[in-house]
Design a protein around this ligand. Structure first.
Ligand SMILES: [Zn+2]
Length: 470
C-alpha cells in the first residue's frame, strides 16, 4: 500500500523485474523432487508385498486406533484482533476392522452399522497466545503453566485416570516402569545448562532450579516455550503441542494394553497422523520414542506377540507430492524403499547428508495399494535398530522392518466404496478431531465390550455427558 502523499507504489516497477528474474531463475534451476527420468532407479527399490518377510496374520488384526488432531488460532475479541487464543483438539478413534472388511463387500452400506463399528474420544485445550497472561506472570510463564495443567488434566481416554503427564513419564521409562522424574537440559527461567554437578529435574509435582529457584515443569521437556512468541502468532508452538499430545495419546494406549491385556496389542493397528518423527525443539524426544517402543517390541517378542503394530500415514508434504508424481512407476501392490541416496537426490540435499537420523523413530516407505493409490507410511524398525542410522545397509533393507508387510496388507483391506480416496480409520479419526465440543465417548469401553479378557477400563472414571442420560 502506498504511503500517504505517495503518487504511486514505490514497488510498482518490481513486478516486471520479478517476472524476468523468476523466469531466468527457473531456467537455471530444476525441481529436486521431480520425477526421475529413468524408470530403473525406482524399480530397483520396489518389491511386491508378497515377497516381503511376513510376520503375523491379517485375520487377527481386529481393531485400529487412530490418533489425529486439529489446531487453530482464534481471535479473542473484536477490540483486540492481534490477541489470539490457541485451540487444539486431539481425538483417538477405534474401528472394528472385521466389520469394515464385511462392509467393503456389500453393495449398500447401512450408516448404523458403520456407527456401531467405531467409537472415539477427544480432548480439547485452549492455550494462551501472545499478550495473554495470568496475573503476575509473563507470557512465556503463562504458556508453560497452562501447558503443564493441560498435561495433568487430560486423560488419554474417558474411561481411565491416566493422563498425558503419566504418558510422558511412561515414555521416559521402560516397560512397566515409568520414570518418576525427567531431567531437563536447560533451565527455562535462567538459562543455566545442566551438567554432571548441576541437575535440573521435574517430577509429577514439578521441580525447582537449584540456581534461580524458578519452578520447573514436566512440560518443559517439550521445549515449546522456546518458540513462544510474545508478539504475533503462536501457531508453531501450538502445532508442536498438538503433535506431542497425539504421540503421547498413542503411547498411553500402548502402555495401557501392555499393562492390562497384552494380547490386544497383537490385534490392534495403531495409526499416527504424519510421519513417525519429531521436528524442531521436539526432535530430542525422538530417542525416547525409539527406545521406549524398541523396549516394548522386545517385551512383545518374548511373549510371542506380533506387536506393536504402529504406522504413521502422511496426508500432505513433500513426500506425498513426490509419491503422487512417481506413482505409475510403482506397480500396484508394491512397496518402495526410500534409501538415503534416493532421499538426498529428490530433496536437493548433499550426497553425504544423513537424512532423518535426529528426527525419525520409524522409516518411511511408499506403498502403492492394490487399488493404485500411493500411501506414504512410516513403520517401526525391529527392536534395537535406529531407522535412519546414517544410511547403514542394514536399516535400509527389508528385513529391518518385520511389520511392514502386515501393515500394508491391513491398509489394503480397509478401502471401501464409502471412502474411496482415504484409508477408513483415518477418515473417521479426522472427522472425530473436528467434532463439536463435548462429544467424548471411550475407545477403551468399546474395546472392552468386545469381551477382551483382562481389559477392564476403570468404569468409575466414565462420566457420560449429561445429554446422553435419560
Ligand atoms: Zn534457573
Amino acid at each position: 500500500m502506498p504511503y500517504e502523499g505517495e503518487k504511486a507504489s514505490r514497488l510498482g516497477h518490481v513486478e516486471t523485474v520479478k517476472n524476468e528474474a523468476v523466469k531466468a531463475a527457473l531456467q537455471r534451476w530444476t525441481i529436486a523432487s521431480a520425477r526421475p527420468s529413468g524408470k530403473a532407479s525406482i524399480s530397483e527399490l520396489c518389491l511386491p508385498l508378497g515377497e516381503l518377510p511376513l510376520v503375523g496374520n491379517i485375520d487377527e488384526v481386529d481393531f485400529s486406533i487412530t490418533v489425529d488432531g486439529s489446531d487453530t488460532e482464534v481471535d479473542t475479541t473484536r477490540d483486540h484482533p492481534t490477541v489470539k487464543v490457541g485451540y487444539l483438539r486431539v481425538a483417538g478413534s477405534v474401528v472394528r476392522l472385521d466389520v469394515f472388511r464385511q462392509l467393503s463387500r456389500v453393495k449398500h452400506i447401512d450408516p448404523r452399522e458403520v456407527r456401531k463399528s467405531h467409537s472415539e474420544y477427544a480432548f480439547d485445550v485452549a492455550l494462551p497466545g501472545s499478550q495473554l497472561t495470568r496475573p503476575g506472570m509473563s507470557g512465556v510463564e503463562t504458556w508453560r503453566t497452562e501447558l503443564e495443567d493441560f498435561l495433568h488434566n487430560s486423560r488419554f481416554d474417558s474411561s481411565t485416570e491416566m493422563t498425558l503427564a503419566d504418558g510422558l513419564l511412561a515414555l521416559h521409562g521402560t516397560r512397566g516402569n515409568a520414570a518418576t522424574s525427567i531431567n531437563l537440559r536447560v533451565c527455562p527461567a535462567c538459562g543455566q545448562k545442566a551438567n554432571a554437578k548441576f541437575t535440573l529435574a521435574a517430577g509429577k509435582e514439578g521441580g525447582s532450579c537449584p540456581s534461580c529457584h524458578a519452578r520447573l515443569y514436566l512440560a518443559d521437556i517439550l521445549r515449546t516455550h522456546e518458540e513462544y512468541n510474545v508478539e504475533g502468532s503462536n501457531f508453531t508452538p501450538l502445532g508442536r503441542v498438538m503433535t506431542v499430545a497425539e504421540r503421547l495419546m498413542s503411547i498411553c494406549y500402548l502402555n495401557f494394553f501392555a499393562d492390562t491385556a497384552p494380547e490386544v496389542l497383537q490385534h490392534t493397528l495403531f495409526i499416527t497422523d504424519g510421519p513417525l518423527a519429531l521436528f524442531g525443539p521436539l526432535a530430542p524426544l525422538k530417542r525416547r520414542f525409539e527406545e521406549h517402543l524398541g523396549d516394548l517390541s522386545t517385551w512383545c517378542l518374548k511373549r510371542d506377540l506380533v506387536a506393536p503394530l504402529v504406522v504413521g500415514i502422511e496426508k500432505s508434504g513433500a513426500f506425498v507430492e513426490h509419491a503422487e508424481l512417481i506413482k505409475d512407476l510403482i506397480p500396484p501392490g508394491h512397496v518402495m524403499r526410500l534409501t538415503n541416496a534416493y532421499i538426498n537426490k529428490i530433496s536437493g540435499r548433499p550426497e553425504n547428508n544423513h537424512y532423518g537420523v535426529d528426527e525419525f523413530y520409524g522409516r518411511r516407505f511408499i506403498y502403492r495399494t492394490r487399488t493404485g493409490d500411493p500411501l506414504v507410511i512410516t513403520v517401526l524398525p525391529a527392536a534395537g535398530l535406529s531407522p535412519y542410522d546414517g544410511g547403514s545397509p542394514e536399516v535400509e533393507g527389508w528385513e529391518a522392518y518385520p511389520t511392514l508387510r502386515l501393515i500394508c496388507e491391513i491398509l489394503d483391506s480397509l478401502r471401501t466404496r464409502m471412502y474411496q480416496h482415504a484409508v477408513v480409520p483415518i477418515a473417521l479419526a479426522h472427522s472425530a478431531a473436528a467434532l463439536p465440543l463435548g462429544v467424548g465417548r471411550s475407545v477403551l469401553t468399546m474395546m472392552a465390550q468386545q469381551n477382551i479378557p483382562g481389559l477392564k477400563p476403570d468404569l468409575q472414571a466414565v462420566q457420560p455427558p449429561t445429554y446422553f442420560k435419560g
